[in-house]
Design a protein around this ligand. Structure first.
Ligand SMILES: [Zn+2]
Ligand SMILES: [Zn+2]
Length: 59
């Protein structure tokens, strides 16, 4: 039961990609919308090149 609470807090109420500039929705329990975003985990991105039409992070 405690697990559920922690997971909800981590999701911040919305399932969006953890890559900062990326606005793509992700599946429940997923962190990144794409392999591209997952590869940015240890770098600071100013735009997103995931290529999804729904993404607003690509300048
Ligand atoms: Zn994106
Ligand atoms: Zn993404």
């Amino acid at each position: 039961m405690a697990d559920e609470t922690v997971r909800d807090a981590d999701n911040r109420g919305a399932n969006v990609c953890k890559n900062s500039p990326c606005t793509c929705p992700v599946e429940q329990g997923e962190k990144y919308c794409s392999v591209h975003c997952q590869s940015t985990e240890n770098t600071i991105q100013i735009d997103c090149d995931c290529g999804h039409d729904a993404c607003h992070g690509d300048f």
